[in-house]
Design a protein around this ligand. Structure first.
Ligand code: ADP
Length: 544
């Protein structure tokens, strides 16, 4: 027997409509690419996204079409999110930090008919455009006064939007309709498209608004540092209007000074971003001797947040850190770290142990770890194995690769990470399968070595890679960026690590560098490092 409750589809348009009804005057503050700050409200965004739908219809965009963006976090990008998905088309956010050829591949693979882009990317678009002949319209996210003069015809966003009325009713359709498309960065092979549905997106927004997740409310001001082109800014552009949190969108200003200015001026209470961003911001706060307004909680994910970073943010700045794990394929929130009541009684050291983990499983998601034969391993916090995930907002197939059989038996998605799980539901990432160092038949966690090295006061950045070694098959190399004004030698660092990790984990060598190469999503590019240091242990004179 079925229940007798209404069966309304979970649609993204309902989020902005609700924000307009209940949080009409709540602000969206944006740092503009043109310079200066812009202020509007959820009421304005709802009106303008409906005007934008009419403009898209006039350009010939129909339900199911893909519409690309190359844009920072700002109110125009937010309007595109709602207009495109709300009308039944697919919002395809493209990472502008990729190489032009990769961008062209992704735009062509997605079949984007229109691409919206910020002024920053005018030059990039000049290069990409001839490679993407199927794109019918290139729209600059600016007004007429800032429109660049160029050879190829460009449309002006403000002209398109303001020419239309907002007389538009959001259509109703199946909640399984595709809403947004994000490509994985393609560290192995070509990028793959993850196609989110309205249902997965709305359920994910509910989940991240739970108190032990990101936990936004109508009393919060949220600043997603994580770009709207990186897994939809981890869902914040959906979660914030859902509860009426004020939004602060940082545009191109992702340096420590620009972010701290917004944190203070707008009294931001929630931020979210990758660890690298916080490392830069922390350096700025220390240099200027500033303290951020309180309360402030930050969601750190995308790469491992070190114990040293978590400790510094909490103890120097009074910021609550919520460590989180996810992937493009998981929408991304799958685990988020908050304490349980029982942890209050723990010693500071034992609490740090819990806090360093990637967090507890978000309801709506299931995780398990398996061995090479696919047998489930115990949830004892010690056994580690391949991490698998399934749930309401987890990818089951990649766009245009349907039928390729991504899932394992039981409908589990293989994450490519190695992890532990414990009886309280906490997960700890040991490493990515391809980054784990296999030395003499044992495994060394590159993440744990980096974490420990970052605990040294002279270390600003650390990366560990495994390199081929004749005797041990692979051995770790530690690559370090020194903190400004500090000195340390390789031997001193190895000595520092000696009491902190097993003897056979100690890196055989330490190299110093000015900057660690990053991927387009701001993570350590281990592929680049492995290429740079290829043959390090095999070609050196006297190498064993
Ligand atoms: P890519 O890094 O390839 O651009 P994603 O953004 O989807 O793609 O990255 C997902 C991967 O990032 C995860 O599989 C995991 O290896 C890593 N990751 C994400 N969050 C964390 C975290 N908190 N700690 C350690 N690794 C993380």
């Amino acid at each position: 027997m079925n229940g007798l409750m209404m069966n309304q589809p979970l649609l993204i348009s309902s989020l902005i409509r609700h924000a307009d009804t209940c949080h009409h005057d709540t602000e969206i503050v944006s740092r503009l690419t043109e310079g200066g700050l812009h202020r509007c409200t959820y009421g304005d965004a709802h009106r303008r996204s409906r005007q934008l739908v009419r403009a898209l219809l006039r350009l010939g965009v129909a339900a199911g079409d893909r519409v690309g963006t190359l844009a920072w976090n700002n109110y125009r990008h937010f309007e595109i999110y709602y207009a495109v998905s709300g009308m039944g088309a697919i919002c395809h956010t493209v990472n502008p930090r990729l190489f032009a050829e990769q961008i062209a591949y992704i735009v062509n693979h997605a079949g984007d008919r229109v691409v919206f882009f910020d002024l920053t990317f005018v030059k990039l678009v000049e290069t990409v455009r001839p490679l993407c002949p199927a794109v019918e319209h290139w729209v600059v996210l600016t007004d007429r006064a800032h429109l660049p003069a160029g050879a190829a015809p460009l449309l002006c966003y403000e002209d398109l939007v303001t020419a239309e009325s907002d007389d538009y009713e959001w259509p109703e359709f199946s909640e399984e309709t595709a809403a947004a498309l994000c490509y994985t960065s393609g560290t192995t092979g070509n990028p793959k498209g993850v196609l989110y549905s309205h249902r997965s997106t709305v359920l994910h927004a509910y989940a991240i608004n739970l108190p032990d997740s990101m936990g936004l409310s109508a009393r919060d001001t949220a600043l997603p540092v994580v770009p709207m082109f990186h897994v939809n800014a981890w869902g914040l552009p959906y979660a914030a209007p859902m509860v009426g949190a004020k939004m602060v969108l940082p545009g191109p200003g992702l340096d420590g000074a620009s972010l701290c200015e917004l944190y203070a001026a707008e009294r931001v209470t929630i931020s979210a971003g990758v660890p690298t961003i916080w490392l830069n911001t922390l350096a700025h706060l220390r240099e200027k001797n500033i303290r951020l307004p309180s309360p402030h909680r930050t969601i750190i994910g995308g790469a491992a947040a070190s114990a040293a970073l978590i400790h510094a943010l909490e103890h120097e700045q009074g910021i609550e850190v919520r460590h989180s794990w996810g992937m493009t394929e998981t929408s991304p929130a799958a685990t988020i770290n908050t304490f349980k009541g029982q942890h209050a009684a723990l010693s500071a050291e034992a609490r740090d142990q819990v806090h360093g983990k990637q967090g507890r499983i978000v309801p709506g998601v299931e995780l398990r770890i398996v061995d090479d034969a696919g047998r489930e391993l115990p949830r004892d916090g010690a056994a580690f194995g391949d991490l698998e995930v399934r749930g309401h907002w987890i990818c089951r197939e990649y766009f245009k690769e349907e039928g390729a059989g991504v899932l394992r038996p039981g409908g589990w998605f293989p994450t490519g990470d190695v992890a532990t799980l414990d009886a309280d539901g906490y997960m700890r990432i040991v490493d990515r399968t391809k980054d784990i160092i296999k030395s003499g038949g044992e495994w060394i966690s590159s993440i744990e070595l980096e974490n420990q090295a970052l605990g040294h006061p002279a270390v600003a950045g650390a990366a560990v890679i495994g390199l081929p070694h004749e005797r041990w098959s692979e051995r770790p190399l530690l690559i370090v960026v020194k903190r400004a004004g500090h000195e340390v030698t390789g031997a001193e660092l190895i000595e520092f690590l000696r009491s902190r990790v097993a003897k056979w984990w100690l890196p055989d060598a330490v190299e110093f560098t000015d900057a660690i190469p990053l991927t387009a999503t701001g993570k350590i590019s281990k592929r680049t490092l492995r290429a740079t240091y290829a043959g390090y242990y095999t070609k050196q004179p006297g190498a064993t």
